[in-house]
Design a protein around this ligand. Structure first.
Ligand code: MSP
Length: 473
């Protein structure tokens, strides 16, 4: 936790507005939402700050807008609204949605870069080398395939020769290694930390932090021919958002990122903070990439999954359940529609849904008096969430679901009723009611809508299907 033990600040990357939100973006934001809900329950809602938003400047956006004959501003407004709408549809709970075109953000960023310059950490020079617009990244020869292609996008990079300002990143090499070694900046999983340490040890080059050939960006206050490099503008959002809201949450406790943007977050971001004399984030949480049915998600293949469509057909919690249980956080994975449907039917609809319906129906049928104070908690689920093992957290909840189902099969309440064993029957159904209550409580951060439905049905004792059958044709 940060300097205040009773506060928690969680961030997602801010998403590029060159394209609509897809399931990869939803994954990062859903994981952040689970953590935010978990910490709100521990610390109170006012003590948690969950930030997301959109990254709207730079060459990539400028060009995407141009292709559609829109101004970058109009285009950014349009796509940013799509992100906001999608997170609303998915009932995610960010406390703030930042846009880098917000004038308040731009103003604070301009002040921060001026501070870096006044400190002597910025100097003028010329950049001659390769640039990948899709990554918005200067590429060194070792990053390239065949000397010219981006290893991530497999597209030929552009040759850039322009006057730029550099940030003295190399100056921070030792201090970065030191803060990582001392655990002042943690990177989860450990394999990613090792990867970054190796990268830093191999030597850091100063980084260009302005472009003179890109006009869609924040102008450098001392030289308006230059716009600020989009990654510096974007990374600083984690500081500008709480600052402009006058919320005392900085630095972040947990920053969710995908593995593709680790270097920016584990090298440039902390170096900027060290240079500015600001505190470092406590932990970066790095997740893998996933394919869809074994293929890379791509517009050409037509397999890009729109999270809002999944939500419309299957519901938000079915999507959360699948992503959290089937993928191991921190590793690469595959989104499989077949497994999605199987898990929906057997684990959500049958194992959990039927359990709740059956138990409530029997309580009604046999007129059982329920002691509602009897609900336990599954503390071990919290331990799993705090160690980012979301799949393990759901395993524990479903162990409890399986135990309750087995208990019904073994103790056969219908036979107890037939034999007139009312005391035993009441004890059994009270026990099941309480187990389902603990399941409902444990699910609150993971599957919030389901948790609410379960708890309200346990209270009203009226069963209604939680995961109805869905026609998959
Ligand atoms: N704008 C930058 C982030 C700036 S943060 C200061 C950016 N945006 S992005 O929209 O391209 O990606 C945002 C996140 O989505 C990244 O964490 C990335 O890893 C994640 N994903 C994009 N495609 C993904 C998959 N196929 N699978 C899992 N996550 C993926 O980068």
């Amino acid at each position: 936790m940060n300097n205040f033990d009773n506060q928690h600040y969680i961030t997602t990357p801010i998403y590029y507005v060159n394209d609509r939100p897809h399931i990869g973006h939803a994954y990062t934001t859903i994981v952040a939402d689970v953590l935010a809900r978990y910490w709100r329950a521990q610390l109170g809602a006012d003590n948690v700050f969950f930030l997301t938003g959109t990254d709207e400047h730079g060459a990539k956006i400028e060009r995407a807008a141009e292709a559609l004959k829109m101004s970058p501003r109009e285009f950014a407004d349009f796509i940013s609204a799509k992100y906001q709408q999608t997170w609303k549809t998915l009932k995610l709970s960010p406390d703030y949605f930042i846009r880098t075109t917000d004038p308040e953000h731009e103003k604070i960023v301009a002040e921060l870069v001026t501070k870096l310059r006044d400190k002597g950490d910025i100097y003028k020079g010329e950049y001659l080398g390769r640039y990948c617009v899709a990554c918005e990244e200067y590429k060194s020869p070792s990053d390239l395939l065949d000397g010219q292609k981006c290893a991530i996008h497999k597209k030929v990079t552009e040759v850039v020769k322009e006057e730029v300002y550099f940030f003295k990143l190399s100056k921070y090499q030792k201090r970065l290694l030191n803060v990582i070694a001392k655990g002042q900046l943690k990177i989860f999983p450990e394999s990613r930390e090792n990867e970054i340490v190796k990268f830093i040890e191999s030597g850091l080059q100063d980084v260009a932090i302005s472009r003179s050939n890109v006009s869609w960006g924040i102008k450098l206050p001392w030289d308006s021919k230059h716009t600020l490099y989009v990654w510096v503008d974007a990374l600083l959002n984690y500081f500008t958002a709480p600052t402009m809201l006058k919320k005392d949450f900085f630095p972040p406790d947990e920053q969710l990122i995908g593995k593709d943007i680790l270097r920016f977050h584990a090298v440039i971001w902390p170096a900027l903070l060290l240079a500015l004399g600001l505190p470092l984030p406590r932990q970066l949480l790095v997740h893998g990439f996933f394919t869809v049915d074994g293929e890379k998600m791509s517009k050409t293949l037509g397999n890009v999954i729109d999270p809002a469509q999944v939500s419309k057909k299957w519901g938000n919690d079915a999507l959360r359940y699948y992503l959290l249980r089937d993928l191991t956080f921190g590793e690469d994975g595959d989104f499989s529609w077949q497994r999605f449907e199987q898990r929906y039917e057997s684990e959500l609809s049958n194992a959990l849904g039927n359990l709740v319906q059956r138990v409530l129906a029997m309580i009604g049928r046999y007129s059982i008096k329920i002691d509602k104070k009897n609900i336990e908690t599954l503390a071990s689920v919290g331990v799993k969430i705090e160690s980012y093992d979301f799949s393990g957290a759901l395993d524990l909840v479903w162990d409890e679901v399986a135990r309750a189902n087995t208990k019904i099969e073994k103790e056969k309440p219908w036979l107890l009723s037939k034999a007139g064993k009312t005391a035993e029957l009441s004890k059994l159904l009270n026990g099941l009611h309480s187990s389902i209550g603990s399941i409902g409580n444990a699910l609150a951060p993971l599957l919030p809508e389901t948790s609410k439905k379960i708890l309200s049905q346990l209270d009203s004792l009226t069963p209604t299907p939680i995961f109805p059958r869905i026609d998959t044709e």
